[in-house]
Design a protein. Structure first.
Length: 372
């Protein structure tokens, strides 16, 4: 009989799904969700960090583990739901693995269970969460929107060399850079990737200790660390993924508002200018509130390790570009508001002048009639 290949890599694949389910969330405490108690997320950083460490701590629910048949056999699946006050939810799904060859992990990208796909299962879970939270949601989405998904392959350190001996994580990465790039880009044939694409896909990476490493691409990431330290890096990635989902949602909202404003301004006769002004003013206020709340979830500044990870993943997600796009549309809305406001003031002044002239004419007529 042929001997089974030795297990070289252990860890888990973590799937992050962000949903924008409502315009906002009521500030009421949620005690229970899907029959499970709601708790506050808590975490301590293992790497060098500021003395006054700030982490956004959303409410979270940990669901009971489930047994599924995955691509490599039976697996124990864990699901965690996080609730954010900006009308968003994040669902993380953790699936453990133990493989002999690194290339086997490509099968975990679009994960299929024996009873269906992970994507469909998460969609049903998100729908159930939204339905139960209906009373807490302000202007909920009519139907569940498309999620923003991100996959993180977490390898337990230390990683082994060809002789199955522990080695430095960064050195291992340099020796397996092409395989890592193929994993992140979901390429089963490693040899098809060019050197340029491999370097581009793995260009953003960081290491703190000699046994940890994080490689960030736009659709997936590789995390090498001790299992008990996975959570801190995963939390940063989850918040960045949520931020991307919310920026995309508010970009669509602004597109709708601009299109409606252009249409209203082009109509003859114009719809009530007061109504248009009120709508634009509400959008400006809402966008300012949204920007404050979204910024509060990701206050990572400085040179500490987790802040650098957030900076790298923000660059990969082009969050700064999304912010600039939204700021540009807000400026356009503000210009429309100022134009309408100026036009409204001009009309008010015109009517005041007409009233003054009429009063002057009436006084003059009264004077003439009195003289006669």
């Amino acid at each position: 009989m042929n001997a089974q290949p030795a297990i070289r890599y252990r860890g888990e694949v973590v799937y992050l799904f962000a949903f924008d389910v409502a315009y906002d969330t009521a500030r009421k405490p949620i005690r229970e969700l899907l029959g499970q108690p709601v708790a506050q997320f808590a975490m301590d950083a293992s790497k060098r960090s500021p003395r006054q460490l700030f982490f956004y701590r959303p409410q979270m629910v940990r669901l009971p583990p489930m047994e599924r048949i995955g691509p490599l056999g039976p697996v124990r699946v864990e699901q965690v739901i996080k609730l954010l006050p900006v009308g968003a939810i994040s669902i993380s799904v953790r699936v453990p693995f133990a493989v002999a060859h690194f290339e086997e992990l490509v099968a975990f990208h679009d994960l299929q269970f024996s009873n269906g796909s992970l994507h469909n299962e998460v969609q049903r879970l998100a729908q159930a969460v939204t339905t139960e939270l209906r009373g807490h949601l302000i202007r909920p989405q009519l139907q569940l929107p498309e999620e923003e998904a991100y996959t993180v392959f977490c390898l337990a350190s230390p990683v082994p060399n060809a002789d199955n001996h522990p080695m430095n994580a960064e050195q291992w990465f340099q020796e397996h850079r092409l395989q890592v790039a193929a994993l992140l880009t979901q390429e089963e044939a490693t040899g098809r990737l060019s050197k340029q694409e491999a370097e581009e896909s793995t260009a953003r990476y960081l290491s703190y200790y000699d046994n940890d490493l994080v490689v960030l691409d736009w659709d997936a990431a590789l995390l090498v660390d001790e299992p008990q330290d996975f959570d801190e890096t995963l939390h940063i990635m989850e918040l960045a993924n949520l931020q991307l989902a919310e920026l995309e949602a508010y970009d669509r909202l602004l597109d709708d508002a601009l299109e409606r404003s252009y249409r209203d301004l082009g109509e003859r006769p114009l719809r009530s200018r007061g109504h248009i002004l009120r709508e634009l003013r509400e959008i400006r206020i809402d966008m300012a509130r949204f920007n404050d709340e979204l910024s509060n979830t990701t206050k990572f500044f400085g040179d500490w390790h987790l802040a650098r990870i957030y900076e790298k993943i923000s660059s990969r997600f082009h969050l700064a570009d999304w912010h600039r796009t939204i700021d540009g549309k807000l400026k356009t809305l503000d210009d429309l508001y100022q134009i309408l406001k100026h036009d409204q003031n001009t009309r008010v002044m015109l009517w005041l002048e007409i009233a003054i002239v009429l009063l002057f004419v009436i006084d003059l007529l009264i004077l003439i009639v009195g003289l006669k």
